[in-house]
Design a protein around this ligand. Structure first.
Ligand code: NAP
Length: 325
């Protein structure tokens, strides 16, 4: 589907009209290491300009286009040494915007419990209210209630914003149960997820036949299969889209290793490959939010910067994709 600027809705255009100097200040501050002084600078800078947000179709609720995943990165023990950088990662995310997506799953080892602990302990306080919390059902419908009860306990919350059927496990029955939870106002939105191109046909069939609020799927500058059918379909059906594996689990960086960032990256306010790859994703008009995972504050700051400044148009998106062709 050809993309152009007219595809971006008016609200987004307004938000993109950032003062360029303010954006550059933010980007520079976000790139600083997280010494105590730099943390202050980052917090101050982050109030300068709000990131781009996208509205969940059919609602007035908007999500910042950069959220965070927790697979692998948040699967750590209780030691303060391994948790401290993750607390910084979360703090950066919370300071950049409110209602930011944090995506986890009961099958990600300790990730739900670590996410719950760190949200409860986060600065600024009351972080739970600032997070759009998404988790999944990764088991058959008979075990789903017990699994969800454990998720809520681990996440230290009595509700999540989005509950998704993970990798289409027992999807028919699980979706039926998720709908009941939504009717009972125990969750706010329901969704389905997968992370492999091979599942895209089935995801498309489900989008055509079922009502879901969110689709979570793999898409990146180096893996564009979702563009063919799924993303346009989600847009037509009024389904919000979260993008997983935005860096192909980190492998996308290997494809550009040793190559200098193209000169024109600055024209779309990018000063890293990560920002270029994320802006490619979030400038697709069907995409609501990308959820890159990181264990490093420096990379979180880098990722957040992709939610600010000018976004690529269709010509510039093609240019980014061509770098990986
Ligand atoms: N079926 C599903 O529902 C499903 C499947 C897959 C993923 N997901 C969700 O999607 C999230 C994201 O996918 P993912 O975790 O598979 O992979 P990803 O976000 O594509 O890549 C993560 C990798 O990229 C690195 N990275 C992050 N930011 C970077 C930056 N700015 N510069 C350089 N390297 C950077 C991370 O390393 P560092 O830690 O060193 O930064 C990590 O190795 C998951 O965490 C999960 O929440 C869902």
């Amino acid at each position: 589907m050809p993309l152009d600027r007219r595809d971006l809705d008016r609200r987004d255009l307004d938000r993109r009209a950032l003062d360029r100097r303010a954006f550059l200040g933010l980007a520079a501050a976000l790139a600083l290491p997280l010494s105590p002084g730099a943390r202050g600078a980052t917090a101050a800078a982050a109030t300068v300009a709000a990131p781009l947000r996208r509205t969940i179709p059919g609602t007035t609720e908007a999500l910042p286009v950069i959220g965070m995943g927790t697979s692998g990165t948040f699967d750590v023990g209780k030691g303060s040494e391994e948790r401290a950088p993750l607390a910084d990662v979360l703090s950066l995310l919370l300071r950049d915007a409110s209602n930011t997506v944090v995506d986890t799953a009961p099958s990600y080892g300790n990730s739900e419990a670590v996410t719950g602990d760190l949200i409860e302990a986060a600065t600024p306080p009351h972080a739970r209210k600032r997070v759009f919390l998404a988790t999944k059902i990764s088991t058959s419908h008979t075990n789903a209630p017990a699994q969800f009860a454990r998720s809520l306990a681990d996440l230290r919350t009595d509700t999540v914003d989005l509950l998704q059927v993970h990798n289409l496990v027992d999807w028919r029955e699980n979706l039926r149960w998720l709908r009941q939870l939504k009717e009972q106002r125990k969750i706010r939105y329901i969704g389905i997820t997968h992370y492999r191109d091979e599942a895209h046909d089935q995801l498309a069939q489900i989008l055509r036949s079922e009502r879901v609020d969110f689709l979570q799927v793999n898409y990146s500058a180096g893996d564009r299969n979702a563009e063919n059918e799924l993303l346009p379909l989600a847009r037509d059906r009024g389904v919000a889209v979260l993008i997983n594996r935005p860096f192909q689990d980190g492998n996308i960086f290997a494809a550009v290793k040793g190559r200098p960032l193209p000169d024109w990256a600055g024209e779309i306010d990018c000063n890293s490959w990560g920002q270029l790859f994320l802006k490619f994703i979030v400038s697709h008009p069907a995409v609501t939010c990308a959820i890159p995972a990181t264990s490093k504050p420096k990379n979180m700051a880098d990722n957040l910067a992709a939610g600010h400044g000018r976004m690529p148009d269709s010509r510039e998106r093609a240019r980014i994709a061509a770098l990986l062709a």
